[in-house]
Structures are given as C-alpha cells and as structure tokens.
Write a protein that binds this ligand. Structure first.
Ligand SMILES: [Zn+2]
Length: 224
C-alpha cells in the first residue's frame, strides 16, 4: 500500500515534533544494550556474508558516481589539511625507491597509448594551467641557469611581491599591467651575462617586452 500525501504529511509533522526525542531514545537503547546488539550484528553478518556482499556490490554499482565523488572530495580535503606531510612523505619515498618509480613510469607508458597519455596531459593542463605555467617557467630557467635551483615557491613569491608592490600584476619593463597568462619571468641581468636565478635577479614582465629586451640589462633596455 502506498502512503497517501496526507499520511506522508502527518508522518513528517510527527517527525518534526517527536523526531529528536525518538532519536534520543534509540540512542539510549543502543547504549543500554550495546553488547547484545553487537553480538546480534556479528551473528547476522556471519550468517549472511554473501547476501551482504551482494547488497554492498549492488549499492556500489547504483551509486558509483556519488560514492566516487564523495571519496574524491574527502581525500582532497585530507590532502589540503596535510599537504606538507604528504608531499614530504612522497618525496622521501621517491628518494628511497628510485627503481620502483622508474618501473611505475615504464608501466604507465606501456599501458597507455601515446594518444591516451597526451589526452591525460591535456586534461591536467586544463585543470592546472596556472601551475603548469609555473612549472614550465621553472623548467626553462633551470635549463638555462648556472647556479641554484629555481623552485616553484620562489616564483610564486616573486608574483606575490609584484602584486603587493604595484597593486596588480605589472610589467617591470614597461610598467603596464599584465593580463593573466601574458606574463613571464624576467632576469634583471640576463642569464647569458650574469647568470643568476636568485630571487633578487628575477622580476615579472610581458612576454613581448621580455623578448624585446633579449639579452640586454634593464638599464640598457630603458636607455639609462
Ligand atoms: Zn611590458
């Protein structure tokens, strides 16, 4: 028999009025009979192992997307809260197990076609375009630099300092604001002449200004 609208409404009203009380009671009941209930549950689970397994599998299939979303959100939150710890652990693991990591990479390459890998990279780039630009920037600078590793944190710091100083992201060379994505890391004294990747030698500029400046120093570029 299906409940009529009226019945449903009544039940809802009843719940609003007595729901809390009922919850309290059943909680109390649970605490009073904890041992018994737990024994009962154990027995039931033992006898119906297959049934429970099947029910769980069915539930999972039916709600797969919802469950995955929830799991992902939870692990994301966990990562955000424990970022430093996790990153440190991963780095340590990589250092300790270089062959394992190499094997993992190899497996990944063998399992996925070139097209698949490209698609994966494309998706990652779409989702992390800001980060990707920073990585590319760091990579390029590292490749050219003679001293010191340029790390992401340094670049982020330089961007932050620039915004703090000018209000909006501003080109060091022409002093005009930079639209997001058009920026690039610039060496006050070019790597080809002074060669340093240290923070004090790094500023932000338009891509176009940077390429115009080429291997001049800032002084030479603005004509002083
Ligand atoms: Zn500029």
């Amino acid at each position: 028999m299906k409940a009529t609208q009226k019945q449903k409404e009544y039940a809802h009203q009843w719940y609003l009025m007595h729901g809390e009380e009922k919850l309290k009671k059943s909680k109390q009941y649970y605490w009073d009979n904890k041992k018994e209930i737990s024994e009962k549950g154990k027995g039931y689970r033992k006898e119906n192992r297959e049934k429970i397994k099947q029910r769980k599998a069915e539930y999972y299939l039916k709600n797969k997307e919802k469950i995955l979303l929830k799991q992902r959100a939870r692990s994301k939150e966990y990562y955000q809260q424990n970022k430093k710890k996790i990153n440190h652990r991963v780095a340590e693991y990589r250092k300790r197990n270089p062959e394992k990591c190499q094997r993992w990479h190899k497996n990944f390459h063998e399992k996925h076609s070139k097209e698949e890998r490209r698609e994966y990279a494309r998706n990652w780039y779409k989702k992390n375009s800001k980060r990707a630009k920073l990585y590319a920037c760091a990579y390029k600078s590292r490749k050219r630099s003679a001293d010191g590793e340029l790390i992401i944190q340094t670049i982020q710091r330089i961007y932050k300092d620039n915004v703090k100083r000018y209000g909006v992201l501003t080109c060091y060379l022409c002093r005009k604001p930079i639209i997001s994505g058009d920026s690039c890391l610039e060496h006050r004294i070019p790597l080809s002449r002074g060669r340093t990747n240290k923070k004090h030698n790094l500023v932000i500029a338009h891509r176009s200004c940077n390429s115009k400046k080429h291997s001049k120093t800032v002084g030479e570029f603005i004509g002083i």
